[in-house]
Design a protein around this ligand. Structure first.
Ligand SMILES: [Zn+2]
Length: 116
């Protein structure tokens, strides 16, 4: 079952609010932090929010794309859906672990996770 944009929005707002609460708690409980400590905590929270945003958008895109398999990059034939597989790619926004649809071309023995 795929989520609506409204559900995704609600999840992201909730995540943002909990990160903001964490930041404000940290601020209340940290006396005289230096600039590096402030940067560290802000960057860590930003990274976690980036991962959530990436996860929501990737899952939303995949839910739209499950109707037809992508063309094989080698032979151009439609690739066959092989089910969901857990992946944890290293992206520029950090580790994003989630389930992705896996597609396979029997002719070329090639598999991929669209959109790439
Ligand atoms: Zn192929």
């Amino acid at each position: 079952m795929s989520s609506t944009s409204e559900q995704r929005r609600a999840r992201l707002v909730k995540e943002a609010e909990s990160l903001i609460d964490e930041l404000l708690d940290w601020n209340d409980n940290t006396s005289e932090p230096n600039l590096t400590q402030i940067e560290d905590v802000v960057l860590e929270l930003r990274e976690r929010f980036s991962e959530e945003m990436a996860r929501e958008v990737i899952e939303a895109q995949e839910a739209k794309q499950l109707v037809v398999g992508p063309p094989c990059p080698k032979c151009g034939q439609e690739m066959r859906y092989k089910g969901q597989k857990g992946v944890a790619p290293q992206t520029w926004v950090g580790d994003v672990a989630f389930e992705r649809g896996y597609y396979h071309c029997a002719k070329c023995k090639l598999g991929l996770f669209p959109p790439g």
